[in-house]
Design a protein around this ligand. Structure first.
Ligand SMILES: Nc1ncnc2c1ncn2[C@@H]1O[C@H](COP(=O)(O)OP(=O)(O)OP(=O)(O)O)[C@@H](O)[C@H]1O
Ligand SMILES: [Mg+2]
Length: 498
């Protein structure tokens, strides 16, 4: 087999992200509130100077300003950057750098409130069902029609002995008020929530505690950092191209550090790619934080994903008593397609999508990792030492034979990943050695519907086959796949409670 990874020049066309916190704007034109992003709240700060902390923050460098949730600060300089601002603490009376995604505009808009979460229905459920939350924990979010609000409340099913989440659509009245049941009308959302904090009246539970928000990643101010500031603490695992460590940066931030064996890729090519990878921001992508490229081994520093790779996670879970259910597996498929939908919009090709490159967070949600890296691996490294390290079983035929990598070849790989998910991490095409797979694929062979360890729903297998359409243009988009799996999940549950 010849060189399988040719050069490609896809680049994100637009990685800028703004969330408009203006209530009226978000409601009249909901598309302006981009999903899937940490709450980077301000779109330019000229007219908004006072911010309130959404989370505690401990300084990670001497120039940073530590603060506690709820503290108020005056932004002095937005540094023309979305990541860090210089701010003045109104009580401590000192200035320093603050991560912009840890604060929000300090005003009465709905999106500036603790109970407001920029989450889809399923993510709201994940967040509410996290351990530590009690019955009566709640949040408010946009409905999937993105035109109305929904109150999501953690409840407890006495029969099943399980926590669960109920969703109540918040209906509007012509004069601008809100209600859940027409018996009780409220002039605004604040009044409505106040009422249901005191009385359950028709709700499954009285509202007891606001759901804590998922703490976003703190980005580093520099992409290239000093190697001396990085300490490798413990080896987590090894891949073909190097080892991965748990480590600390600046003695303060826990990170994952991938060390690349010398000669795996050119430092110059990598630095250029890293600039792009660093700009890719989505809560379903493992965030690249920094790199050390001035000497080998190259260090790739990313957010730490506590539960390691999805592949190992699935395999370990396969025979456990609380094995993941089909519903949970579909949830994982939906989350991966969410991250891939973002890459698709950015016109960025992953090239190595498979369960080993999906990582699992402490809260058991998953994120896509190692996007774009495969393009940089030198051909001789892939083919050298008599061992093909190239992921043949995941690669679309046009990518393997003609180097035509595209979002559509990623969709092919996603189909193989669906197989890995539903089989709890089986190696695809178990009956074929890697080198014969592509030849069989060319002849029209496709993996049959998996039957164990859990039954694979027909609708799930249908999608796998669509991803393996010989013609790339006939394969679905990730946008379609994301809504498909999300609808799959919603359709199998009760919808809104009136
Ligand atoms: N950010 C991270 N947080 C926690 N663990 C990680 C992280 N990145 C990688 N790992 C662990 O390190 C392992 C090796 O990752 P690596 O990307 O080097 O290899 P791989 O994707 O498993 O395989 P290959 O070498 O074929 O690409 C992963 O399986 C995972 O267990
Ligand atoms: Mg990997």
């Amino acid at each position: 087999m010849g060189s399988l990874f040719g050069k490609c020049c896809e680049r994100p066309t637009d990685t800028g992200k703004t969330i408009d916190l203006t209530d009226s704007l978000a409601m009249s034109n909901p598309d302006q509130t981009e999903r899937g992003l940490p709450p980077v709240p301000l779109n330019g700060i000229c007219d908004i100077l006072i911010v309130r902390a959404l989370y505690d923050f401990d300084a990670i460098t001497d120039e940073d300003l530590s603060f506690k949730k709820g503290d108020r600060m005056k932004v002095e300089d937005d540094l023309q950057s979305n990541d860090w601002w210089v701010a003045y603490h109104l009580v401590k009376k000192i200035s320093g750098y603050i991560p912009s995604n840890y604060v929000t505009k300090d005003d009465n808009s709905i999106q500036a409130q603790d109970w407001w979460h920029d989450l889809e229905r399923k993510d709201a459920e994940i967040q509410l069902l996290l351990p530590g939350n009690i019955t009566g924990t709640y949040l408010v979010r946009l409905a999937s029609d993105r035109k109305s609000y929904v109150l999501s409340v953690r409840d407890y099913d006495e029969k099943l002995h399980l926590p669960m989440v109920k969703h109540y659509r918040l209906r509007t009245i012509d004069n601008g008020g809100y209600y859940i049941t027409p018996k009780h009308l409220f002039s605004d959302l604040f009044e409505l929530l106040d009422h249901y904090r005191s009385f359950s009246e028709g709700l499954c539970q009285r509202l007891i505690r606001v759901c804590p928000k998922e703490r976003p990643v703190v980005h580093f101010r520099e992409l290239e950092i000093n190697r001396e500031a990085v300490v490798l603490i413990k080896k987590l695992d090894s891949g073909c191209f190097g080892d991965v460590y748990l480590g600390k940066w600046n003695n303060s931030v826990n990170v994952a550090i991938k060390t690349l064996k010398a000669g795996t890729m050119s430092c110059d090519d990598f630095v250029e790619e890293a600039r792009t990878m660093h700009m890719l921001r989505h809560r379903r992508l493992v965030q690249l934080l920094a790199v050390c490229t001035r000497e080998e081994p190259i260090y790739i520093i990313t957010e730490l994903m506590d539960k390691g790779s999805l592949l190992n996670y699935l395999r370990d879970n396969k025979s456990s008593t609380d094995r993941l259910k089909v519903q949970d597996l579909i949830e994982i498929a939906a989350q991966v397609s969410d991250g891939m939908k973002y890459l698709e919009n950015c016109k960025y090709v992953h090239r190595d999508l498979r369960a080993a490159n999906i990582l699992v967070a402490a809260n058991k949600t998953v994120k896509v990792a190692d996007f774009g890296l495969a393009r940089l691996i030198k051909d001789e490294v892939y083919e050298g030492q008599g061992r093909v390290r190239f992921p043949v079983k995941w690669t679309a035929p046009e990518a393997a034979f003609q180097h035509r990598f595209s979002t559509k070849s990623d969709v092919w790989s996603y189909g193989v990943l669906l197989y890995e998910i539903i089989t709890f991490g089986r190696v695809p095409y178990p009956e074929y050695p890697g080198r014969t797979v592509l030849l069989n694929i060319e002849k029209g062979y496709r993996m049959p519907k998996p039957t164990e360890p859990v039954g694979c729903p027909d609708a799930y297998y249908e999608v796998m086959l669509q991803c393996w359409n010989k013609k790339p243009e006939m394969r679905p988009t990730f946008e379609y796949l994301f809504s498909y799996f999300n609808d799959f999940l919603v359709a199998s549950e009760h919808s809104y409670l009136e």
